[in-house]
Write a protein that binds this ligand. Structure first.
Ligand SMILES: [Zn+2]
Ligand SMILES: [Zn+2]
Length: 171
């Protein structure tokens, strides 16, 4: 008999047909202001019945999980990926039932998945860093809840590398 799974995060689309489940602690909780995230989020916001994907200041909030710790628990057939450029490796995956932005995945070997924080049920981990702030539409107004970085900070890259090592060691 297996023990109940601890520390499970559930993210679901607005209508409830699609659910993601992630286990264990996330790698990071970030808000990104880069041009690609702004473009990708606005592309999804333009779909019929879509809800806001960005925060009011133009940032998109993500909870970053290891790829091997997240699964689609419900409604996988409804997932649909969008790319902002034809040759991009990044897929912004939407629940087609209600056009909710669910997560970002990558066609290359990246070992993580970015779940849109707005879709996470229950307690959302507090924002740890605000990244790529140099692309922010209104640079004068950055929330002061977390450190702000103009690009991708070493701290985030270090967390991603540590997660990859742990994953390779099957921890
Ligand atoms: Zn839905
Ligand atoms: Zn970004």
């Amino acid at each position: 008999m297996s023990a109940p799974t601890k520390n499970v995060m559930v993210a679901s689309c607005a209508c409830g047909s699609v659910a993601l489940e992630a286990s264990g602690a996330p790698i990071a909780s970030v808000v990104c202001y880069c041009n690609d995230c702004q473009k990708g989020s606005s592309q999804i916001e333009a779909l019929p019945n879509a809800r806001p994907v960005r925060d009011s200041d133009g940032g998109t909030a993500y909870i970053v999980y290891r790829k091997d710790r997240i699964k689609c628990a419900k409604g996988a057939r409804l997932l649909k990926g969008y790319k902002i450029r034809e040759n991009s490796v990044t897929n912004r995956v939407v629940a087609a039932c209600c056009n909710s932005a669910m997560f970002l995945s990558f066609d290359d070997a990246k070992h993580w998945v970015d779940v849109y924080s707005l879709r996470v049920k229950g307690d959302i981990p507090p924002v740890q860093m605000r990244v790529c702030a140099k692309f922010k539409p209104d640079p004068g107004h950055v929330p002061s809840d977390a450190p702000v970085y103009s690009g991708y900070p070493l701290k985030l890259l270090a967390k991603l590398v540590a997660a990859k090592i742990a994953m390779q060691l099957h921890r």
